[in-house]
Design a protein around this ligand. Structure first.
Ligand code: DX5
Ligand code: ZN
Length: 220
């Protein structure tokens, strides 16, 4: 069995103690830093931008997994490459020319991810699945941390797994929103490779231990 990756979402970190929280993730068994960028247009919230990511990168050696919840992400692909993103994920719903966007991300040396909102059907990825490195399935409506997990996600993971197998693609399945030790095992059993967790990690008493708990439950 492949090992599940854990990507704590820094959206739930204490921004007054960002260095401390990034260092906590660095010293934990987490695999990636999940970085949520929101523009207040694609989603009804604004998170943080380039100066904050620069500050995160200063203390990070683990890959930056950047999740763009912004319209027209092509404008910033080069900037995120310069900031040190390893994985750059754009939303299917935010890209008119998704194929072009994917090629642009890869041409800058980053892994390319595509994220789907809860209402977006997996089959829409049929013609792009062989071009991408990762699919991020939103298990909440994007925009905020701390929301309840949408149960329909399990079926979407299975449908995506089938599509990946049928097309003989090499794509990681990442799940984002409402992830905890309650659902981690069921998610990996369904086919998830990467679990993002924000509030479950950072609002816990011992975040580093919580990351380990998630990893163990998920089978990492
Ligand atoms: C939501 C973000 C998530 C968020 C997850 O739009 O994409 O990454 O931080 O937060 P939790 O784990 O609290 O649902
Ligand atoms: Zn995210």
């Amino acid at each position: 069995m492949t090992k599940t990756k854990i990507a704590p979402s820094l959206l739930a970190a204490d921004f007054g103690n960002l260095q401390r929280d990034v260092e906590m993730v660095e010293s934990s068994v987490a695999d990636w830093h999940h970085i949520d960028v929101m523009d207040g247009v694609f989603v009804p919230n604004i998170s943080y931008g380039m100066p904050v990511i620069k500050a995160i990168k200063k203390h990070a050696t683990k890959p930056l997994d950047v999740h763009l919840m912004i319209i027209d992400p092509d404008r910033y692909i080069e900037t995120f490459a310069e900031l040190g993103a390893s994985i750059l994920t754009v939303h299917y719903e935010a890209c008119t020319h998704l194929h072009r966007t994917i090629q642009a991300i890869k041409s800058k040396g980053m892994k390319a991810g595509v994220s789907l909102n809860p209402h977006t059907n997996i089959n829409l990825l049929e013609d792009i699945i062989n071009d991408i490195d990762l699919v991020l399935i939103m298990s909440v409506n994007p925009g905020f941390g701390g929301q309840s997990f949408i149960e329909n996600t399990y079926g979407k993971i299975k449908a995506l797994k089938e599509l990946i197998d049928r097309k003989n693609a090499s794509v990681l399945i990442e799940i984002d929103g409402g992830v905890s030790t309650e659902n981690a095992k069921k998610l990996t059993d369904a086919g998830a490779d990467v679990l993002v967790a924000g509030s479950f990690v950072f609002k816990s008493k011992n975040p580093k231990q919580t990351i380990l708990d998630l990893k163990l439950v998920a089978g990492g």
